[in-house]
Design a protein around this ligand. Structure first.
Ligand code: ADP
Ligand code: ADP
Ligand code: MG
Length: 489
């Protein structure tokens, strides 16, 4: 591999470039005019403007990106996550232009990109699945029949859905018709595919996923799990590895199931098999993401592996340099997605300028970001500012370090999920490990953050009073035996 074009932006573009540089491979950045001054553009060896801000006219322009790679003499393309990363036509286009797509084949992406095709593919491998139908439903009478069989509540899901979008919970039959119609119309407009299906809505599951790596020589390993149950709008905000609840037996069973899923899809590279896990640690296959995951850093921190390096090695045709039995979990890692969103106002995007942007640093802190002080958070893309990760020998230590890192991180100009992260890390349900995907609706209120803010004011006031008293004591000239004697330094 002589040169890699990175078909992405922001923190993930930078993160991929860092590994490529470490491996001595030059990189080409592409950018939209909104990202003219972005760090990923400056960090790259070469950078090419590919269009105006909207992603449909820039980061999603498959042909333009291929053309740019060929013109710059790149022989490989890394898609990152989002954008073209799960676009099978793009993977095929790379292949037909003799460019290595750093990821699985178009075939694997196509199967796993459709939740229905994925269920179909893994059906014969004895993988537990969420009860429901394995085909698309558009007829109301059939939907009613299926929902009755499955039992309410049910979830109507878009087969092509992603990013937490395209899901509707139905609690009773009277709501079914309307929700079906809405789901179909949403799926058509958001994903260009109106296929929906019905699944049992598991009421209090945990979201636990397995990272896999598959090489071109038939080796597949699992790099243990990540727990991503703290979500808003079915999308992850806080992730950790390992999970606080898995037993070694269940971990192994899930790992082996994930390897089977990868085999069923003829998988290559890094991928993630997502499961829902119930209170009794029964697990059910949800979907497979055929790309590098946003939350991959927590896996890197507990395994000591660089996942982007593994992706590149696999794409070059190298065999994995380790086997399953060589892999161990070391310590505990947490990730907080720092979004430009206002947790006090329903997590609505809060775009604007980063008036103050001071990063936390120090031992056991990793910050993956793509911003600098003074930069705008563009309205065109995902509003994630950074991923703040911490490590500890124990879960408790990683949580403590996260609270310290949050306190060190100063962002002004936009609202962020930093105070939400603090709320989570201090909440007994989270610290005890006894939580599920309903953590946010169950426990989180804006007052929870506000109360915490008041707590801070109170602590500050008490500290000020104490300092004042000490100061007073040093001002009076005490004599031995006076009550303030001990305070003089
Ligand atoms: P992860 O599973 O890696 O945590 P997310 O669900 O947070 O992934 O999505 C990662 C990125 O990919 C986000 O920018 C999200 O908006 C985008 N994304 C994922 N799936 C889709 C999809 N089907 N269509 C559009 N964007 C998607
Ligand atoms: P996406 O492609 O948007 O990531 P997923 O199928 O991975 O969709 O689901 C995203 C989240 O939605 C899960 O992490 C979970 O919180 C919730 N979810 C999905 N399916 C179910 C289900 N059958 N029962 C309960 N919650 C579910
Ligand atoms: Mg998912």
């Amino acid at each position: 591999m002589k040169k890699i074009l990175i078909a992405n932006r922001g923190e993930i573009a930078l993160r991929i470039m860092r590994t490529a540089r470490k491996m001595g491979i030059p990189v080409v950045a592409v950018y939209s005019s909104a990202d003219r001054n972005a760090p990923h553009v400056r960090f790259a060896d070469e950078a090419v403007l590919i269009g105006p801000p909207p992603s449909g006219q820039s980061y999603l322009r498959a042909e333009k990106i291929i053309e740019t790679a060929l013109a710059k003499g790149a022989d490989a393309i890394h898609p990152g996550y989002g954008f073209l990363s799960e676009n099978s036509a793009f993977a095929a286009l790379c292949a037909s232009n003799n460019l290595t797509f750093i990821g699985p084949s178009a075939y694997s992406i196509e199967i796993m990109g459709s939740k229905l095709a994925a269920k179909e593919a893994v059906k014969h491998y004895n993988i537990p699945m969420v009860p429901g139908v394995d085909h698309s439903i558009s007829d109301e009478a059939e939907a009613r029949k299926v929902a009755r069989e499955v039992g309410y509540p049910v979830l109507i899901k878009a087969s092509a859905g992603g990013g937490g979008k395209g899901m509707r919970i139905v609690y009773e039959e009277s709501e079914l018709k309307e929700q079906m119609e809405r789901a179909i119309s949403e799926a058509s407009s958001a994903f260009g595919d109106g296929a929906v299906f019905i699944e049992k809505y598991i009421t209090a599951p945990r979201h636990i996923e397995i990272q896999v790596l598959a090489d071109q020589h038939g080796n597949i390993v699992y790099l243990f799990e990540r727990e991503c149950s703290v979500q808003r709008r079915h999308q992850k905000v806080v992730e950790e590895a390992p999970s606080a609840v898995l037993s070694p037996e269940v971990r192994q069973a899930m790992g082996e199931a994930a390897v089977k899923v990868a085999r069923a899809a003829d998988y290559l590279g890094a991928g993630t098999v997502e499961f829902l896990v119930d209170k009794d640690l029964n697990f059910y296959f949800l979907e497979m993401n055929t790309r590098l995951q946003v939350e991959h850093p927590v896996t890197e921190m507990i395994t000591g592996l660089d996942l982007v390096e593994q992706q590149i090695r696999i794409a070059r045709g190298e065999a994995l340099a380790f086997r399953q039995e060589d892999l161990r979990i070391h310590g505990h890692a947490l990730e907080l997605r720092v979004y430009a969103e206002d947790p006090m106002n329903n997590f609505l995007p809060s775009v604007g300028k980063l008036e103050v942007y001071q990063k936390p640093s120090g031992e056991n802190i990793r910050l993956d970001d793509g911003f600098e002080e003074g930069m705008e958070v563009p309205i065109y893309y995902d509003p994630m500012i950074s991923k703040l990760c911490t490590f500890g020998i124990t879960r408790e230590a990683a949580i403590k370090r996260m609270l310290e890192a949050i306190a060190m991180y100063r962002i002004e100009g936009v609202a962020t999920t930093l105070p939400f992260g603090k709320f989570v890390c201090q909440h007994p349900a989270f610290t005890s490990g006894d939580f599920d995907t309903h953590f946010v609706p169950k426990y989180f209120t804006p007052e929870g953050i506000a109360a915490d803010g008041e707590g801070e004011v109170e602590v500050a006031a008490r500290l000020a009073l104490k300092l004042f008293q000490q100061h007073q004591a040093t001002l009076t000239i005490p004599h031995p035996g006076s009550p303030s004697w001990g305070l003089v330094r």
